[in-house]
Structure formats: structure tokens, C-alpha cells
Design a protein around this ligand. Structure first.
Ligand code: NAD
Length: 347
């Protein structure tokens, strides 16, 4: 099986490569990435891309269709990956996250690709504090990032019936260790702040709900998406990816981190305006469809892996290294140095 993974040199792709190498031994992996964060390594292990048959560098906005020759499956991770970047680069976010995704999916159909796994996000439920959201519930994307994912799902759904299985994985917020760690994700930020500053600062009043899932469990879910059966004759499917027990309020995440790293203070902003981005999610469909690919890493294990990984990579001792793990800051530093243009193309 030949698998092409776009955006493979980021936080999730780095964990996914190792997982697929171990679980789909016969698969040949090909990577395609602009390399924005290629240098942001947080591992002393071998280069993550060394498990690939080939690594291509390029922008998904200019994806060369011949790279799809002979490809059986695509995992499409390449994207502007959070709200702060989406807010600052709104048009670029729509171009990369939406337009390039749909063009890639169409090219994949033309090339006879059988399976297309798209990493969508539970953030498209937006504000949903009145009960856990199911796949059939209305979407309420509140940000440019979430809107780009919702638009992708709408247009990918329209490609139903063209012979390619499309799986939109609505991922819960990722957490946990990776060879390219991100510190702009809530749990990762809490662990790193606890280790560097001895304090966890909660910017909201701590009440918003957020479902969480470990990077390794996301890799397991992507493996399921690659190999799943068709359901009810539909080529397209959107599935919430996480576990029922993993809907947390933000203050509970901070308390769990404080238990694992003794002596840490929690600083809640009691005057903060309510954070609208609050949602609980129902993961029953995923549990029924993928009993052998369910999340296995609980919150305490994610925290322990982060604590040990951060300690061994030494990033807690150097503020500069920590800043390099905030995706927006890395892009801004590329732009400030003249390496990237304002529309996020290498100069
Ligand atoms: N981490 C999460 O909590 C989470 C949750 C839901 C969905 N997702 C989705 O999963 C995917 C991967 O997320 P991540 O956390 O690994 O993000 P990341 O920012 O660490 O990685 C994204 C990768 O995409 C690449 N990329 C970005 N723009 C590109 C372009 N124009 N051309 C080619 N490559 C490009 C980057 O270089 C990077 O390697 C994204 O689509 C993201 O939206 C992530």
C-alpha cells in the first residue's frame, strides 16, 4: 500500500509516521510538506522522516498531481493548524485549508486513490455547552480556522459517489508528546508553563469544555480511517474522534497537571469574558465503528509523557526554545527574517 501524507512534518505527522511504520509494516510512506516547522524538533531520536520512502517539499497550493501516481491512500494533514494563525492570516487560511484541500481531493479521485483521510476538528461545533454534540448536529464554527474545516467537509461530502472513501476525522484537541511538540495547545501549554514558571495561567475563567485526545490515539484513529469499511454505501463520512470520558473543563486540566507536578500554582482569570469556544462532544459513533482503534492514553499518561519529554528535550530551560514551539511565532519569525512572504510562501 502506497500512502501519501501531506503536512507530515508537524506535530501529528511526526507521531503518525512512527505509528504507521509499526502497525502497517508493508505500507510505503511518502511525505509532502512545506517544512515550516521542520527544524522545530523536540526529540533526540532519528529524524522522523527517515521512515519514509521519500520526502517531498512543496506547498499544497501548488501540489504536483503526478505525485499521486500509484498512491492508494492520502492522509491530508497540511493546514494552518490553529485559531491565532487563522485570525491573522484569514485569506491564506482559506486558500491552504479549504481550496487546496478540495483541489487535492479532486486530483486524488482522478488518480484512482481509494482512501482520503482528512483531519477535521471538533472546533467546528464552536459554542455547544448545552449537551454533547453528535455528527448530525448543526455546526457553529466561530473562527476562520473552524470555518475552513467546515467548508472542507461540505465540499468533500459533495465528492461522494466518485469512488474514493473520504473520512473526515473531527479530532478533539490534541495533547501529548511528539518529536515536533506544539505548546499552543491547552494541555501542552499547561505542562510546559508548570515546568518553566511554576504557574499555570488560565486565560479564561476555567469553565469552558474541551475534549482532548493524545497524539498516539489520533494516529490510531487515522490508521482506522485509512482501512475502514464503507458504511451504508456512503463514500463520505465525518466522525468525532475522541473518547466520552475525555470532555474536560479547562480548570480540571490544570488541576490534573498540578497533581503531576507538585508545587505548581494555578492562576485563574476570574475577570475574563466568557470564552465562547466551549463544547462537549459525543464520541459514540467512533466507539461503535472502530472498537479496535479506541483511545488508550488517559489524561495522566499524556501529562506524564509531556513532563518527561519536555524534561529530556531541555526546552523548559530556554524560553527561546519554548517560543519556537508556538506555531504562530515560528511563522512570524520566518516572515521577520524574510524567509516567508506575507502569504506564507518561501521567498
Ligand atoms: N493538533 C490539534 O489539536 C488538531 C485538532 C484537530 C485537527 N487538527 C488538524 O490536524 C492537522 C495537523 O495538525 P498539527 O497539530 O500536526 O499541525 P502542525 O502545524 O504541527 O502541522 C501542520 C503541517 O502542515 C504543513 N503545512 C502548512 N501549510 C502548508 C502548505 N501550504 N503546504 C504544505 N504544507 C503545509 C506545516 O509545514 C506542518 O508540517 C491539521 O490539519 C490540523 O488542522 C489538529
Amino acid at each position: 500500500m502506497k500512502i501519501l501524507i501531506t503536512g507530515n512534518m508537524g506535530y501529528l505527522g511526526t507521531v503518525l509516521a512512527k505509528h504507521l511504520r509499526a502497525t502497517m509494516r508493508g505500507a510505503r510512506l511518502y511525505g509532502y510538506d512545506s517544512g515550516f516547522f521542520a527544524h522545530c524538533l523536540t526529540t533526540k531520536d532519528r529524524l522522523p522522516e527517515s521512515v519514509y520512502a521519500a520526502q517531498y517539499f512543496g506547498d499544497v497550493r501548488d501540489f504536483p498531481a503526478p505525485l499521486l501516481d500509484g498512491v492508494d491512500a492520502v492522509v491530508h494533514l497540511a493546514a494552518i493548524s490553529n485559531d491565532p494563525i487563522g485570525n491573522k492570516f484569514e485569506k491564506v487560511t482559506a486558500d491552504i485549508n479549504h481550496d487546496a484541500t478540495i483541489a487535492l481531493a479532486r486530483a486524488a479521485i482522478d488518480h484512482g486513490v481509494k482512501s482520503f483521510v482528512f483531519t477535521s476538528s471538533c472546533s467546528l461545533y464552536g459554542a455547544a455547552a448545552d449537551g454533547a454534540r453528535k455528527e448530525s448536529d448543526a455546526l457553529n464554527p466561530l473562527t476562520a480556522y473552524a470555518r475552513s474545516k467546515a467548508a472542507c467537509e461540505r465540499d468533500l461530502r459533495a465528492l461522494n459517489g466518485k469512488g474514493m472513501r473520504i473520512t473526515a476525522l473531527r479530532l478533539a484537541t490534541a495533547c501529548g508528546m511528539s518529536g515536533r511538540l506544539r505548546l499552543d495547545l491547552v494541555l501542552n501549554d499547561f505542562v510546559a508553563s508548570a515546568m518553566t514558571e511554576g504557574t499555570i495561567k488560565i486565560l479564561s475563567d476555567g469553565t469552558p469544555w474541551r475534549p482532548l485526545i493524545d497524539t498516539q490515539d489520533i494516529a490510531r484513529a487515522i490508521e482506522w480511517g485509512l482501512t475502514r469499511d464503507r458504511v451504508a454505501g456512503d463514500d463520505f463520512m465525518a466522525v468525532n474522534i475522541g473518547a466520552q470520558a475525555c470532555n474536560y473543563q479547562v480548570h480540571a486540566l490544570a488541576e490534573s497537571v498540578a497533581r503531576a507536578i507538585p508545587g505548581v500554582k494555578i492562576d485563574i482569570n476570574t475577570k475574563a469574558a466568557p470564552d465562547k469556544r466551549s463544547y462537549q462532544v459525543d464520541f459514540g459513533l467512533f466507539r461503535n465503528l472502530a472498537p479496535r482503534h479506541q483511545p488508550q492514553i488517559d489524561l495522566d499518561r499524556s501529562i506524564a509523557a509531556l513532563r518527561d519529554g519536555i524534561a529530556s528535550s531541555g526546552i523548559h530551560q530556554n524560553r527561546m526554545d519554548g517560543a519556537m514551539l508556538i506555531r504562530l511565532k515560528t511563522l512570524e519569525s520566518h516572515i521577520d527574517a524574510g524567509r516567508l512572504s506575507a502569504d506564507l510562501r518561501w521567498t
